[in-house]
Design a protein around this ligand. Structure first.
Ligand code: BES
Ligand code: MN
Ligand code: ZN
Length: 486
């Protein structure tokens, strides 16, 4: 998609549609006022009739308005002016983009800025791109058709460029999640990561099965054994900081399909399990953006890629695995596979010299029970590091909420036959017992675990986003890297 700045007045730009904004109580943005004047007060009349009130997310189309070159004007409600944050800006652009993408439209012009700061503009550009990306990768007739060109009024070129970089990374993460598991499996995911690395200037290292064996990744390999698709571990490196400075590490769960293994999932729970590599997709997306933005930081991204399937060689209940760290793990549920994969990837991250770690995983249904579908769970061994992540998430408008890591929860993963077991005692607090398991593998490094089982994947579309992969937390990770001071 081509995104360029424009200085044309909203009334004369040659576009298929012009998007303008209206704050609460019918307060029009400058471009909306220009349109209003040119149309002899069309918008004012709609406001007087309460057809248009400026509520956040409200969309009003004005077709073939006289005095305006574009075929239509879309007025988007922006809510209270003082309350507009990055989430609001994202949705304010995404919702009209989604509306307009329902038909082929080659050029859409956004006239939303009025003294918006760079962060809001970036978020809005990102939103405009996200709104027209659909999950229907394999439908002949697409429901959403991205525009060829977006024009943005009153924006600086560098801000548009960075907004586009964020938007492309979110799009990449969403596409990877939306691709079905017969297209994206460990090898093809790793190939895609290699492509991304090449294009964005990241270093990449891919561990195949042989290497994983040589590295004694017994926990990850056990999960992979039930599948014909061999596993991979991908390490992406970006060295934009001082030579020798310990890197920030992002770790992602990349279960390209989770059948549950012998602890087989019922049909309904399995239907969307192509999404179980969303953590890995988020990491690759964020790494791509960090490289393109040339941030002055050292970051490594590590993703563990497996398919959790069943064959005659699949790992079984009661099996005892030896993780890369040397810890032994009793498997009591093969559907608690994500933590087994991450156990070894976290160990590699520590060995690679990570200063601090963030892992992302669609780890537990329990996190959905605790926090619902839109909010990620945060669990940590280092409050200051978690606070840093929380504030990045808040700035980006990505919902996250911390869950406690009381030592008591750790007692639940004690095993009678091995060092630990891969499930707690019963279902309660399942998001936390999973995190307690992961904590065993970070060797005390400052670490935050983000359980994105809820927000990574939408079952139903929102007015501003199609259903499927959401790209949740790509922007938060980039924000963390932007604020990273070692
Ligand atoms: N991938 C699932 C978690 C999940 C559930 C992600 C729903 C997205 C939506 C994970 O591997 C899993 O199956 N977890 C089990 C753990 C249990 C067996 C301890 C779960 O949550 O039921
Ligand atoms: Mn599972
Ligand atoms: Zn899983």
């Amino acid at each position: 998609m081509k995104i360029s700045a424009t200085n044309d007045p909203a009334t004369s730009i040659q576009a298929d549609a012009v998007v303008v904004g209206c704050y609460a109580e019918g307060q029009l943005q400058p471009a909306a006022m220009t349109i209003d004047q040119a149309t002899g007060g069309a918008i004012t009349r709609l406001i007087e009739a309460k057809e248009l009130v400026g509520k956040a997310g409200e969309l009003t189309k004005i077709l073939v308005p006289s005095g305006v070159a574009a075929m239509q004007v879309v007025v988007v409600g922006l809510g209270e002016r003082e309350e507009l944050d990055r989430r609001g800006a994202f949705q304010a652009a995404a919702a009209p983009a989604k509306l307009l993408a329902s038909k082929p439209r080659s050029h859409v012009a956004f006239y939303l800025n009025d003294k918006w700061n760079a962060d809001l503009v970036e978020a809005a550009v990102c939103g405009a791109m996200a709104g027209c990306q659909g999950q229907d990768l394999y439908r002949a007739e697409k429901k959403l058709l991205p525009f060829e060109q977006i024009s943005w009024a009153a924006a600086e070129v560098q801000v548009l460029a960075s907004g586009q970089i964020l938007g492309e990374s979110v799009a990449l993460a969403r596409r990877l999640v939306n691709e079905p598991a017969n297209m994206i499996y460990p090898e093809s995911f790793a190939d895609t990561a290699a492509d991304v690395a090449k294009k964005s200037g990241l270093e990449i290292e891919i561990w195949d099965e042989e290497r994983l064996k040589a590295e004694r990744c017994g926990s990850l390999l056990a999960v992979a054994r039930g599948s014909k698709r061999p596993p991979r571990l991908v390490i992406l490196r970006y060295n934009g900081g001082n030579k020798g400075d310990a890197p920030l590490a992002f770790v992602g769960k990349g279960v390209t399909f989770d059948s549950g293994g012998l602890s087989l999932k019922p049909n309904d729970s399995m239907k969307t399990m192509k999404c179980d590599m969303a953590g890995a997709a988020t990491v690759v997306g964020a790494m791509e953006a960090i490289a393109k933005l040339q941030l002055p930081v050292n970051v490594i991204g590590l993703v563990g890629l497996v398919e959790n399937m069943i064959n005659g060689d699949a790992f079984k209940l009661g099996d005892v695995l030896t993780a890369r760290s040397g810890k032994t793990i009793e498997v009591l549920n093969t559907d608690a596979e994500g933590r087994l994969v991450l156990a070894d990837v976290l160990d590699v991250a520590v060995e690679q010299g990570a200063a601090k770690i963030i892992d992302l995983a669609t780890l537990t249904g329990a996190c959905l029970v605790a926090l619902g579908t839109d909010t990620a769970g945060l669990m940590t061994n280092d409050q200051a590091w978690c606070d840093e992540l929380s504030s990045a998430a808040r700035l980006c408008g990505e919902a996250a909420w911390q869950l406690p890591m009381f030592p008591k929860f750790g007692e639940q993963i004690a095993s009678k036959v091995a060092d630990i077991k891969n499930v707690g005692d019963g279902r309660w607090g399942g998001a936390i017992t999973a995190a307690k398991f992961l904590e065993e593998f970070v060797q005390g490094k400052p670490w935050v675990h983000i359980d994105i089982a809820g927000p990574a994947f939408l079952d139903n579309s929102k007015p501003w986003l199609d259903a499927g992969g959401t790209g949740a937390f790509v922007r938060t990770l980039i924000e963390v890297a932007r604020g990273w001071r070692g």
